[in-house]
Ligand binder design. Sequence first.
Ligand SMILES: NC(=O)C1=CN([C@@H]2O[C@H](COP(=O)(O)OP(=O)(O)OC[C@H]3O[C@@H](n4cnc5c(N)ncnc54)[C@H](OP(=O)(O)O)[C@@H]3O)[C@@H](O)[C@H]2O)C=CC1
Ligand SMILES: CC(=O)N[C@@H](CCC(=O)OP(=O)(O)O)C(=O)O
Length: 337
Amino acid sequence: MKTRVAILGASGYTGLELARLLLRHPAAEITALGTRSEESPHVSEVHPSLTGQLDLRLEPLSAKQLAERADAVFCCLPHAASAEAVAGLLAEGLKVVDLSADYRLRDVAVYEEWYKVTHPDPGRLASAVYGLPELYRDQIKQADLVANPGCYPTSAILALYPLLKAGAISGEGIIVDSKSGVSGAGRTPKPAFHYPECNESLSAYGVGTHRHMPEIDQFLTEAAGNAVEVIFTPHLIPMDRGILSTSYASLAKGTDTGGLLEVLREFYRDEPFVDVIDTLPATKHVAFTNRCHVTARVVRGRAVVVSAIDNLIKGASGAAVQNFNLMFGHDEIAGLI
Ligand SMILES: NC(=O)C1=CN([C@@H]2O[C@H](COP(=O)(O)OP(=O)(O)OC[C@H]3O[C@@H](n4cnc5c(N)ncnc54)[C@H](OP(=O)(O)O)[C@@H]3O)[C@@H](O)[C@H]2O)C=CC1
Ligand SMILES: CC(=O)N[C@@H](CCC(=O)OP(=O)(O)O)C(=O)O
C-alpha cells in the first residue's frame, strides 16, 4: 500500500519540486495540497507544469482534515508559520518533514537571535532530528519530525564535516563562500529578486548576518568536537537553480590533495547521493538531481573544498523525499533516481 502524503505550502517552489518527485515515487501518493487561499485553486492553475498529472485542488486544511487524508506531511511554509502548523500535525499523529528552518537549531536562543522571531514551538527543538541522512540516518528512521536542512548548510556541511571529523582540517578560520540561484529565495515575490534587479548581476548579501551561519556552525562544531565559527558569505547569482560552495580551511596535519580526497571517499563510500569527484563540480552537473558533487584540493598549504547541489532538490525537496523514505521504511532512493 502506498503512503499518503500531503504538501503544505504547495503553491511554492519546494512544493512544486516535491509534487514532481512524489508523482514518480513508486510508494507514495499525493492526497492533499495545502494553501491559505480560500479560493481552492486547482493545482494546474497554480503550477501549469503539473497539468494532466495531478487532479487535486489546493485547500486550506486543518490538522484534523490532513490526518484523515494523509500519513505524512511535507511542510513547505516560511519559518515560524511552519512551527505553528507542525505542532498540530504531530498532535494528530502525522509524521512531518519540515522544510523550514524552525527545528534545525538546537538552542532556542540562537534561533531567536538569528531569525528575529519568537519560536512558536521551542519545546520540540531538542527532539527534532536533523535531516541529513549522511550524518543521521538511524535517527531519521525513528523520527516523527525531521528538520530538513537549509540549502547552503547542506552544501557546506557535506563538504567539511568528514574532513573535520577526521582531523584533516582545522576548525579555526573556515570560510564558506557560496553562490545560489534565485529560486533559493522562493516564489513569494521580493524586490531584490525582481528580474532587472538580479539579472546580469552577482552580489553578496547577508554578510555576517545570514541565518545559515549558526546552522553550519552547529554541525561543524559537532564534527570537530570543539566550537567552530565559520565565516559564511552567500551570493545571489542570476540563474534559476543550484548552489556552488567553495570552502577554505587550514590543514590540521600535513596532507595533500589525495589525502583529503581519500577522507571524503571513505566517508561517503556507501552514500547513494554524494559523489566525491576528481574534477571540479558545477551546478549544471547536479541540476534536477538529488546529488552532491564534492572535491578538494590543497593549495598553498590550505584546503579548498568545492561542492555543488541543486538547492531545490538535494537542498530541499529531494532531501525531504530521502528523509520521508527513511521514516516510512521505503527504499532510500525511491523517487530520486
Ligand atoms: N527555495 C529553496 O531553495 C529552499 C527553501 N527552503 C525553505 O522551505 C520553505 C518553503 O520554501 P519555498 O517553497 O522556496 O517558498 P515559497 O515562497 O516558494 O512558498 C512558500 C508557500 O508558503 C505559503 N506561505 C507564505 N507565507 C505564509 C505564511 N505566513 N503562513 C502560511 N503560509 C505561508 C505560500 O502559499 P499560499 O500563498 O498558497 O498559502 C507560499 O507559496 C521555506 O521555509 C524555505 O525557507 C529550504 C531550503 C531551500
Ligand atoms: C537565494 C536566497 O535568497 N536563498 C535563501 C535561502 C534560504 C532558505 O531557503 O533557507 P531556510 O529554509 O533556512 O529559510 C536565503 O538566503 O535566504
